[in-house]
Design a protein around this ligand. Sequence first.
Ligand SMILES: [Zn+2]
Length: 605
Amino acid sequence: MKHANVLLRILLAVLPMSVFAAEWTTPAEAAHFKTTPDYAQTHAYLERLAAAAPDRIRLVRFGVSPEGRELMLAIAASGGEFTPEAARASGKQILFVQAGIHAGEIEGKDAGLMLLRDLALDEKSGRIGKPKLPHALDHTILLYLPIFNVDGHENSSPYMRINQNGPAEMGFRATAQNLNLNRDYMKADAPEMRAWLKLWSEWLPDLLVDVHTTDGADYQYDLTWYTEDWGPLDPGIKAWQDSALKQRVFAQMEKRGHLVSHYLELKDHRDITKGIENFASGTRFSTGYLALQNRAGLLVETHMLKSYEIRVRATYDLVALILADFEAHPGELRKATTQADGNTIARASQASASLPIVFDLTDKPVKLVIKGVAFTQMRSDVSGDAWVQYDPTKPKTFEVPYWRDFVVRESAALPAAYLVPAGWTDIIDKLRQHGLAFETTTKPVTLQVRTTQISDAHWATAPFEGRLMLDKFTANATTIEQTFAAGSAIVPLDQRAANLVVNLLEPRAPDSLLRWGFFNAAFEQKEYGDARVLEKLARDMLAKDDALKAEFEARLASDKAFAADPRARLEFFYVRSPWYMRQHVGRYPVVGLDTAALATVRAAH
Ligand SMILES: [Zn+2]
C-alpha cells in the first residue's frame, strides 16, 4: 500500500492535473502552488468562470465584512438551481464547501477554483461543452464559499502561520474584529457569521465540508478529518457519515494516493505514543453546530507540513469524491436529514423528553494504529522540557490508546417551549439570526413557568472571543407564576432545529447564551438601602422572626469578618427582605413552558 502511494505521488507530481487552456489555469496552478491568489484575483477568476458557464456557475454575494468586502458564494448547478427555492424544488442534495474560516488555512479556496472549473467547462476547448466532471451535478447542487474570513484573508503576510509549509504568504486566523469565526457559531457576534447563518438557513445544505490546515504533530497523513459523532447528532446522520464518508469516500482517497486519518489530538504534544483524545469540537464549532441542526458536517484538516500542492490536491480529491458518492447514492443523505428533522419534531410530543447537553470523555481508551514518523526527544536547555524532532523520512507505525467515546454527564429536561421576555431584544434577535421559529405575544400574559435561579456565579477572569464567559454556577429550577409583557418570544420545541434552541437557551449547555455572557446584566443588583433605613428594617425583621434572630446571632459568633463589617450586617437583612428579592438578582430571564402554559399563551394572543 505504501509503495502504491509513493508511485501515485510521483505520478501526481509529474502529470499536469488538467489540460485546460492557459486562460483557465487557476492562479495557484499557474504559480505551481507557491502562492495563493488574493481576494480580488479570486473574485475575478470566479466572475470570469460564471460568465463563461452561466448555465452551471453563478457567483452571488451573501453579506459584507466589517472592512466592507463582499462575502462571495459560487453556486454550481446543472439545472439552473441557483436559488434556495429552485434547489428545494429540484429535490437534489446540497453540498456546502467552505474555505478560509481560518484565512491562513486556504487550500479549500484553490481546490475550489479548480473544481468549479472542472464542473463547468469543457477540458479541451475551455468553453461550455462536456465538463471534465460531466455528471457530478446530476443530483447535487454545490455551494462553494471560497473565503469565509475575507478580512483575515487580506491581512496576509509570510509571518502568519509559523507551523505551516506554504503558501508564501498566508492570511490571519481571526477577522478584522479579532474574532475566530470557528468559535462563533452559537453566539454569532461576527457580521460574517450572521451572514453565514442566514445563507445556511435559506439553503439548508445536507452536508458542510469545512476546510482547515492542522497545527501540531508530524505523521504520514495528508489529510485528517473530524465528524461530530457523539452528542445530539441524529443516529441516521451518524450512520450516513460512517458509511458514506468513513467507509466509501476515505477508502477512495487512499486509492488516489492520500493517506487519511481522523483528527489526531495528542494527549501529550511531546509524545504521540501517549495517545490520542477525541477532538470533541462542541457546538461553537462548525461541525458541532451542524449536529444541532440535524445536518452532516465534515471538518477537514490538511497536514501543515505537506506541500501546499499536496494539500490542495487532497482537498480537491476529497470534494470530488464526495460529489461522486452523492451521485452514486442519490438522495441517501437527504433521506437521513429529512428523517432527522422529523425525529426532532416528533420528540416534542413525548412526555418528559430530555436532551443530553454535557458530555465527558470516557476513561476507557480503545486501541488506535497511527501511521506516524520517527521522532526523538532531546532535553532542551531553552525550554527546560523535551524538544521533539520528527524525521519524516522514517515512517513508523504506532499503536496507541485513543480516548474516543463520551458519556453523558448532564441532560436537560425539555419544556414544550421556552419564553424569552420581550425586554431581552438581543436574545430575540439571536433566535432570528439562527433562523429559528418563534411566535411573538401581542398582549401581556400571566403563566405558570419553570424559572431558574442562578447562584454561586463565577465569571472567567480574562475575555474569550470578546466575551466574559460565565464559567461556574449553580442552577435551581422552580415553578412560579409570572407575567410577561407583549412582544415576548415563544420558542416551541416542535421545530426541526429544536436541539439548537435547547443548546442556546438551557443555562447549563456548554455554549448557552447565558454562558457566553448575554445575560450578565441579570446578575446585577440595581437598588440599594441606606444604612439609616436598614437599621429600622433589621429591627422590624428581628422582632418578627426568632429563627432569623438565631441565624444572625450564630453568624456573628462564627464569622469574624462578618461581625466586623457594619455594611454586611445590615445587608444580611436587606437581602432577605422583599426590597431585595423583588429585583430578582440572578434569576435567568428565559423560562420554560409546559404544554398547558404553551396552550394558554397561544390562546391569549
Ligand atoms: Zn483552522
